[in-house]
Design a protein around this ligand. Structure first.
Ligand code: SF4
Length: 353
């Protein structure tokens, strides 16, 4: 039993002050934390991975709005629920790729409770991270990595380090990386916007740090700038079960096509393969002025997967990712696959046996 204090606040500055200054003498796992939907925080506490001395509930800060403006694009409140975001008409209209990615994750019950800010901060589901009897550099820095040489089906093929081969578990974040999202955070030095592709980090020698979020900062919103990908986008996810399973590999693609079918610009991000959503802008540039089919798809996949290394149990991911990238670009070139489309296709498949 680990006793903790639960505080509820209604003002952002009070929320940040309630975390208190970082005490270097306090064990990292004991540090006070924000609580929003709690879908990952409470699991971590139950497993003993974290034992925060205080939880500061931010559910009543009024950060749950979803809005659109021509200048800013989509503004998604940090405490808006994942389900409310995915089904919001503004998100369907301006970022159907995001709606599809959110609905590919977790379960309806979890999406009802989980929040947008919390989705960004969820921690890896590496099984060794959750087993406090085993070494894990992310949980206990310097203790070792039990996954290396262990069961690695869910682990990274890109950007890993000798200290950690974990993957980021989010589907939503893969679409946000593809859509050039910005994370709005408020800290002692004011409000800043962190480009999404720089928000999460690779493990390097310090896998205990998942993000570049300053210790005193609160995520207030996620911004998605106006984009031209709503008409040709898709999120494809390969997993071990059809529901409530993390991606082995997922691919988010958005294409901006000219009237003659050539690519004006492309966005491609991968999930399930690295410590953060994986995006290689050089690979996207290869598609410019090209028709998205044939040999160019292999070149794009090759560039995205340059340097990919398996750990034994996940070697299959390299070929799987190569095929899924080509498939996702091909599908996106035909139009946007929304969840309504996917459900209709599944219904028709069932009807026709
Ligand atoms: Fe821990 Fe990372 Fe190794 Fe998993 S892969 S055991 S999270 S250090």
């Amino acid at each position: 039993m680990n006793p903790f204090e639960l505080m509820s606040v209604s003002e952002k500055t009070t929320a940040r002050r309630a975390l208190g200054p970082v005490d270097p003498g306090q064990a990292r796992i004991k540090r006070p934390q924000f609580l929003a939907g709690g879908t990952n925080v409470l699991d971590l506490m139950k497993a003993g991975v974290t034992q925060p001395s205080r939880l500061v509930s931010i559910a009543h800060l009024g950060l749950d709005g979803i809005a659109w403006s021509e200048s800013e694009g989509l503004r998604l409140g940090a405490t808006a629920h994942n389900a409310d975001t995915a089904y919001h008409p503004l998100v369907s209209q301006h970022a159907p790729l995001l709606a599809s990615a959110i609905l590919a994750g977790a379960s309806p019950q979890i999406r009802n409770a989980a929040t947008n800010g919390g989705n960004l901060l969820q921690r890896t589901r590496c099984m060794y991270f959750y087993d406090v009897a085993l070494p894990c550099n992310k949980r206990a820095p310097g203790s070792g990595c039990s996954a290396i040489g262990g069961v690695t089906r869910q682990h990274a093929i890109l950007g890993a380090s000798p200290a950690c081969i974990a993957t980021h578990p989010s589907d939503m974040c893969v679409a946000l990386a593809a859509l050039d999202a910005l994370v709005e955070v408020e800290g002692d030095s004011g409000t800043q916007l962190i480009p999404f592709t720089r928000f999460h980090r690779l493990p390097g020698e310090n896998p205990e740090h998942d993000t570049e979020l300053p210790a005193d900062a609160l995520i207030t919103a996620i911004l998605i700038p106006p984009n031209r990908y709503a008409g040709n986008s898709v999120y494809l996810k390969i997993r071990d079960r059809a529901s409530y399973a993390f991606a082995l590999v997922s691919v988010a693609v958005g294409l901006d096509l000219s009237e003659d079918g050539t690519v004006r610009s492309a966005r491609i991000a991968l999930g399930g393969v690295a410590h953060k959503p994986w995006r290689i802008e050089e690979a996207e540039a290869l598609l410019a002025d090209q028709r998205p089919r044939g040999a160019i798809l292999d070149r794009v996949a090759e560039r995205i997967l340059a340097g990919a290394v398996g750990q034994g149990g996940n070697d299959f991911k390299i070929e799987l990712a190569r095929r899924l990238i080509a498939r996702a670009i091909t599908v996106a070139a035909q139009g946007t696959v929304t969840n309504d489309t996917a459900c209709k296709d599944q219904r028709e498949e069932r009807q026709h046996g």
